[in-house]
Design a protein around this ligand. Structure first.
Ligand code: HEM
Length: 251
């Protein structure tokens, strides 16, 4: 984390030492959210122009990220800092991602997944905190799931429209059938976050981890865009990236 980010969090904390975790986390990640929205990948979305190669690479990375996140959450489901925000029925994304990947890559999608180094770093961090700091998982779950239930809903519609997909095929990641009202669910989620008991030190750690979670996402988006800029045409992607040390093919 940069010095500037620590100062930002320290300032947010000074004003909010007593306020709810959900408010503090939103304040601490406000600038990061703006930066995430301004990545080239997200700007394509804002322009309503996502390409199938962008979306397919995003799905591959999201699969690795949610695999690590949901494994860590499942394993720590009874941890006091995880239990209140553990909503696998409503939120779990892994199966939706498997379905979407199968739609685009066919039955052998597992052999075709390609992710950049940033995605591996993100998944590694998730596994690490799942083992050493389960109380930080709330920062990661917040960053992904509340994002998916917010701007993510718009991203789903843009994906469907720009790729001409029918009947929700290939975009099940964006749909949450067990959440009838995203805004009410977000309220519930925030109140559960606020019920987690944390020491001051743990709370500061969670806020820092949330900034880090956004940073990890930004790096993934930037890496995906870089992969696309050097891979022409799309079918060359795998081979070119095997040659580039910053990308790895996962089985
Ligand atoms: C919330 C838009 C990208 C994480 C929101 C909200 C909007 C939005 C409109 C609702 C704000 C509110 O209810 O006050 C967008 C757009 C994006 C984008 C247009 C990209 C084009 C992202 C990304 C992430 C993210 C990449 C993280 C990886 C979040 C989170 C919230 C949120 C965690 C909940 C904030 C809170 O209520 O505490 N976003 N977003 N967003 N977004 Fe995004």
């Amino acid at each position: 984390m940069s010095g500037e980010e620590s100062v930002h969090i320290a300032a947010a904390e000074m004003h909010m030492a007593d306020s709810d975790l959900s408010e503090s986390i939103k304040a601490a990640t406000k600038d990061s959210h703006v930066r995430a929205e301004n990545t080239e990948l997200m700007r394509s979305y804002v322009r309503g122009q996502v390409s199938s190669s962008q979306y397919k690479l995003l799905l591959c990375s999201l699969y690795e990220i949610y695999r690590a996140l949901e494994e860590a959450l499942d394993r720590n489901a009874s941890h006091p800092a995880v239990m209140p925000i553990y909503f696998p029925q409503e939120l779990a994304r892994l199966e939706t991602l498997q379905r979407d990947l199968e739609h685009f890559y066919g039955q052998s999608w597992r052999q075709k997944i390609i992710v950049p180094a940033a995605t591996l770093r993100y998944a590694k961090r998730l596994r690490e905190i799942g083992e050493k700091h389960p109380e930080y998982l709330v920062a990661h779950a917040y960053t992904r799931y509340l994002g998916d239930l917010s701007g993510g809903q718009v991203l789903g519609r843009i994906t469907q429209k720009s790729l001409g997909l029918k009947d929700g095929e290939g975009v099940s990641f964006f749909s949450f059938p067990a959440v009838s009202s995203p805004s009410l669910f977000k309220q519930l989620y925030r109140s559960r976050m606020n019920s987690i008991e944390l020491t001051q030190e743990q709370r500061e750690g969670v806020l820092q981890e949330a900034v880090r979670a956004f940073e990890l996402n930004i790096e993934v988006f930037d890496d995906i865009q870089e992969m696309l800029s050097i891979a022409q045409p799309e079918t060359d992607l795998r081979q070119r990236h095997i040659k580039h040390s910053h990308a790895q093919l996962l089985q």
